[in-house]
Write a protein that binds this ligand. Structure first.
Ligand code: TXA
Ligand code: MG
Length: 336
């Protein structure tokens, strides 16, 4: 295996590596993934090793077409086809009863397997050419900021991943929404597919809440860990519409989503979207956090987003980046 990451490696070569049990980092429309053949437990184990990820955190299995579902899933509720028509290819992961062909390591021993059909053409090409579903978490060290460019993957995982397919910056920029269909539908993680769109498609859904007794232990979905997606610099949140002020005596950075906010006294400012477009904010959030995290600041102060659409996922990521337990916004229908 070559020692350095190779940008120009083509999809056919990457697919061959997946078939041989190696790892490949690849772009999706949400974030870059670190992929392995989902049927190969040894290859999947290497993902956990490289990411330094605890094995209680299950992986999403990426498929290239809806026809692959019966290979992986024991039973397919009708709602899957309705949701697939609305969301796939795209940023929605469905947790469905797994077949035993899926190694325990992929699901962390859970009875459900998370599945999604990604929208990025390189991801789809890779899965189709590999001829197997691809298990892939985000291609970053566990707990860190998810990568939205090939360079972010290199910065985070370096030579541990010799093949990184470069598909440019990710369009969506936050991870997929995770919806469990193991019983009544429950959103396990807000993400790139708005919860409102799920409700429009299948009706009311529950929202899983973190276990407050043990916010850093296993959760209904381990993506609910209270500290996750986190920069090394301490991050503090300010409510929408409130003025942010730097802490006297500290070098502070400001992460804000529009132009409206006062920013006097901040050493570094990242404005995610001039016209307050949540899509633009989502596409830029993780890169913005990285920029501020590498600016040698004492603290980052970030404005919360409106609790609607993609704003729900953005607030969830900011909250976890700050290491505090997120409140579930009022949109929730019921707590499961
Ligand atoms: O957009 C995405 O979802 C990206 C791209 C690469 O597809 N992937 C991603 O994977 O964010 P990861 O591993 O960083 O986060 C997956 C989340 C985790 O919080 C995990 O707990 C949850 O999905 N998840 C996966 N399989 C699950 C399962 N069987 N049951 C419950 N939660 C599951
Ligand atoms: Mg992740």
């Amino acid at each position: 295996m070559p020692a350095s990451p190779d940008n120009s490696t083509n999809v056919a070569e990457a697919a061959r590596r997946i078939r041989q049990g190696h790892l490949v980092a690849f772009p999706t429309e949400t974030v870059y993934g670190l992929g392995a053949n989902a049927f190969d437990a040894e290859a999947v184990a290497r993902i956990f090793e490289v990411k330094r990820r605890p094995t209680f955190d299950p992986l999403i299995v990426h498929i290239g077409s809806v026809e692959q579902l019966p290979d992986i899933v024991e039973s397919i509720p009708d709602s899957v086809y309705v949701l697939a028509a609305a969301a796939w290819p795209g940023p929605l992961t469905l947790v469905l009863p797994r077949k035993l062909i899926i190694p325990d390591l992929v699901t962390a021993g859970l009875p459900g397997v998370g599945i999604r059909l990604p929208a990025h053409p390189l991801a789809l090409d890779l899965i189709r050419q590999a001829g197997c579903p691809i298990a892939a978490p985000s291609a970053n060290l566990f707990g860190g900021i998810s990568p939205t460019t090939a360079q972010h993957v290199r910065d985070s995982l370096g030579n541990a991943v010799p093949v990184i397919l470069d598909g440019g910056p990710c369009e969506v920029g936050v991870e997929s929404t995770v919806l469990s269909l193991m019983g009544e539908p429950v959103v396990l993680r807000p993400g790139g597919f708005p919860i409102e769109s799920i409700i429009d498609t299948i009706g009311p859904v529950g929202r899983a809440v973190p276990n407050p007794e043990a916010p850093n232990a296993a959760q209904p979905s381990p993506g609910m860990l209270s500290r996750h997606y986190a920069p090394r610099t301490p991050l503090f949140l300010v409510n929408m519409g409130a003025d942010a002020h730097p802490v006297p005596g500290l070098s502070c950075g400001l992460l804000t989503w529009g132009l409206q906010t006062a920013s006097a006294g901040f050493a570094e400012i990242v404005r995610l979207s001039a016209d307050e477009n949540l899509r633009t904010c989502a596409a830029r959030l993780f890169a913005g956090l990285r920029t501020l995290d590498s600016a040698g600041l004492d603290a980052i102060i970030a404005h919360r987003f409106p609790d609607m659409g993609l704003g729900i996922a953005l607030n969830d990521r900011l909250q976890r980046a700050s290491g505090t337990v997120a409140e579930i916004p009022a949109l929730q229908i019921s707590e499961k």
